[in-house]
Design a protein. Sequence first.
Length: 227
Amino acid sequence: MASEKYILCDSSSLISLTDTCLESVLRFFHRSNVFFIIPPSVEYEIITKPLQMKMKAYQFSAMRLKKLMEDEVLMKVEAETDAPAKEILQLTNSIFFARGKPLHMVDMGEAEMIALAKNLRITTLLMDERTTRMLVEAPFEIKDHLEEELKVNIMVNSNNLQRFSDIVSGMRVIRSSELVAVAYEKGYFDNFGNEKKKMLEAALYKTKFSGCSIRFDEVDDLLRIER
């Protein structure tokens, strides 16, 4: 299944897109044969569980995501990831230490995502959750952030960090905001004419305030896209 045409999605990014009424971005890319993959745990979190809840407000996004699955824009893939996910969970939660105690960084859902990506040889992950993304891209920025926040020296288990880095080697993480920006480059907002850049700006801010972990300066960087 190894191909840049496959993107493995976690629940945070899909919820951000549906909460901002931007799930049509997924359909836009699907028309170019881009396939968005989810594991069963993500299906349960974004569709099955909300549809079982009494709070009707949670069902709105779930029903739209369910429609994406019915139309095969979202595709559920099952693979044996239990053992590798547990290894990833153990590694990621024993990389950083404060006062001799390991810091919890990643939950099982994110560990399963990485294990599934490795299993299926998918190199692109769509994930709005900040910590896991930074562990993949820039783990020492997490160390600096933790030291600033906790006001203590953070020790790093270099062996565990290296083992984790080997597992995620070649993987890249994109956020819903970046997916929207790429869609803009490829013409998603063209029907708004001269207002298309304003639409991109509004969409990026909407994703930010719907849960996407993106800083204001990163929004500004994406708005420098020329088209």
